[in-house]
Ligand binder design. Structure first.
Ligand code: NAD
Ligand code: MG
Length: 386
C-alpha cells in the first residue's frame, strides 16, 4: 500500500480482531495503531497494545480497568474503561476502523467512528441489522466509507465493482449450512452448545457459531445485504454451499454471474477491506480447486431452520423489527450457551418476541438502543414465563 494509515480495532481480542492484527503484524510499516479495545480480557488487550504500540487501550468492562492499567504501567500507552470511554475513543478519527465487536454492543462505538467519516471495515453485522437506515444515513451524512468484512458481503461488494446495481438480477448469499445442516429435527432438539460452536469450515467466536448453526447468521446477513446493496429484498436469495469456497454471487440481467471464491479464512475479506481500493498480501493458501474437487449447492430448508424466514419477514416489516429480531436472538443465544434453553427454542423464542411486540420505527441512535434494550427485556420476560 502507498502510505502509512492509522487504524483502530474495536473488538481486538476476538476472532476477527485477531485475524486483522495478524495481517497488520505482517505489514507493520503500513499501519499506525491508535486504539485497541476489548470487553473484559485486560491481559490479552495489554499484550496486543504493547505489541502494536497502540496509543490507547480500552476495556469496556470498567471493573477490569485497574488490571489493564497495571499491565500497561510504564509503557506510555493510555488506558480507559467503560462504555462511554469506548465510544469516545472510537470517535477519535482514524483512517480505518475495524468494527469487530460482537452484538448490538458494537453499535454506539461504530456510529461514533462513522461520525468521523473515515473507512469503517464492518464485521459487526448486528449493529447494521439493528440500526439499518439510521446507520446508512449517518454514513451518507458524514461521508464515511462502509466496507463489508463479512465474507459474503465482501464478495458481493467485489462482484459489484464497476457495475451498476440497476443491472442486477439476483444477489445470492451462500451459506455453509452450519454444523447441523444434515441433522434431523429430533437431533436438533438435543443439540448441545459444544456441538453448535464446532463449525465445520470456519473458526469463529461463540455467538456467530451458534448463529451459523441456527441459520440466524444467514438471516442477519440477508438484512445486512439489504442495507448495503440496494437492489430490493426480492432480488436477494440464499443458497446452501457446504464447502464455503464461493462466498457469494451477483447475477446481472445479461445472464453473467460473477462470484468471489477463496479459502474459508476471514483474513481474505479483512485484507480486501483493509487495503481497498488496493490489494495486500495474505498468508492464506492459494485456492486449489482440483484438490477441493467438488462445489455443491442446494436450497435451504426453512422448516428445520426457520431463522431465514423470520429474518426475511423482519426485513420486509422494516422499522424497528430487525432490531427486535436481533435483540431477541442475542438473548436466546446467550441462554442456549448457558444451558437454559434448547437449540430449537432459539428460533421459537425469537418468533414469540416478534409476535408480541411492534415498536415504532427508530429515527436516531438512541431510539435504536431503546428498542434493543426493551426487546431484550421482553425476551427475558417471555423466557421466564415459559
Ligand atoms: P468474538 O466473540 O470472537 O469477539 C468479539 C470481540 O468483541 C472481542 O474482542 C470482545 O472482547 C468484544 N466484545 C464483546 N462484547 C463486548 C461488549 N459488550 N462491549 C465491548 N466489546 C465487546 O466475535 P467474532 O467472531 O470475532 O465476531 C465479531 C463480529 O464479527 C460479530 O458481529 C460477527 O458476527 C462478525 N463476523 C465474524 C466472523 C468470524 O469469522 N469470526 C465472520 C463474519 C462476521
Ligand atoms: Mg458471513
Amino acid at each position: 500500500m502507498s502510505a502509512q494509515r492509522s487504524l483502530s480495532v474495536l473488538g481486538a481480542t476476538g476472532s476477527v480482531g485477531a485475524s486483522t492484527l495478524d495481517l497488520v503484524r505482517r505489514e507493520r510499516e503500513n499501519w499506525s495503531v491508535v486504539a485497541l479495545t476489548a470487553h473484559s480480557n485486560a491481559l490479552e488487550l495489554a499484550r496486543l497494545a504493547r505489541e502494536f504500540s497502540a496509543e490507547i487501550a480500552v476495556v469496556a468492562d470498567e471493573a477490569r480497568l485497574p488490571e489493564l492499567r497495571e499491565a500497561l504501567a510504564g509503557t506510555g500507552i493510555e488506558v480507559a474503561g467503560g462504555c462511554n470511554a469506548l465510544i469516545e475513543v472510537a470517535g477519535r478519527g482514524v483512517d480505518v476502523t475495524v468494527a469487530a465487536i460482537v452484538g448490538c454492543a458494537g453499535l454506539a462505538p461504530t456510529m461514533a467512528a462513522i461520525e468521523k467519516g473515515g473507512v469503517i471495515a464492518l464485521a459487526n453485522k448486528e449493529a447494521l441489522v439493528s440500526a439499518g437506515e439510521v446507520m446508512t444515513a449517518a454514513v451518507a451524512k458524514h461521508g464515511a466509507t462502509l466496507l463489508p468484512v463479512d465474507s459474503e458481503h465482501n464478495a458481493i461488494f467485489q462482484c459489484l465493482q464497476g457495475n451498476d446495481v440497476a443491472h442486477v438480477r439476483w444477489i445470492t448469499l451462500t451459506a455453509s449450512g452450519g454444523p447441523f445442516r444434515d441433522w434431523s429435527w429430533e437431533q436438533l432438539c438435543a443439540a448441545t452448545p459444544a456441538q453448535a460452536i464446532k463449525h465445520p469450515n470456519w473458526d469463529m467466536g461463540a455467538k456467530i457459531s451458534v448463529d451459523s448453526a441456527t441459520m440466524f447468521n444467514k438471516g442477519l446477513e440477508l438484512i445486512e445485504a439489504h442495507h448495503l446493496f440496494p437492489v430490493g429484498l426480492d432480488r436477494l436469495r440464499i443458497i446452501v454451499h457446504p464447502q464455503s469456497i464461493v462466498h457469494s454471487m451477483v447475477e446481472y440481467r445479461d445472464g453473467s454471474t460473477l462470484a468471489q471464491l477463496g479459502p474459508s479464512d476471514m483474513r481474505v475479506p479483512i485484507a480486501s477491506a483493509l487495503a481497498w481500493p488496493e490489494r495486500m498480501n495474505t498468508p492464506c493458501d492459494p485456492l486449489d480447486l482440483a484438490a477441493i474437487g467438488e462445489l455443491t449447492f442446494r436450497m435451504p430448508d426453512e422448516v428445520r431452520f426457520p431463522a431465514t424466514r423470520l429474518a426475511r419477514d423482519a426485513a420486509h416489516a422494516g422499522g424497528a423489527i430487525p432490531a427486535v429480531l436481533n435483540a431477541a436472538n442475542e438473548v436466546a443465544v446467550a441462554a442456549f450457551l448457558a444451558g437454559q434453553i434448547s437449540f430449537t427454542r432459539i428460533a421459537a423464542q425469537v418468533e414469540d418476541v416478534l409476535n408480541t411486540y411492534m415498536p415504532v420505527p427508530p429515527a436516531s441512535l438512541s431510539d435504536v438502543l431503546d428498542v434493543d434494550s426493551e426487546a431484550r427485556q421482553r425476551a427475558r420476560e417471555l423466557m421466564e414465563a415459559a
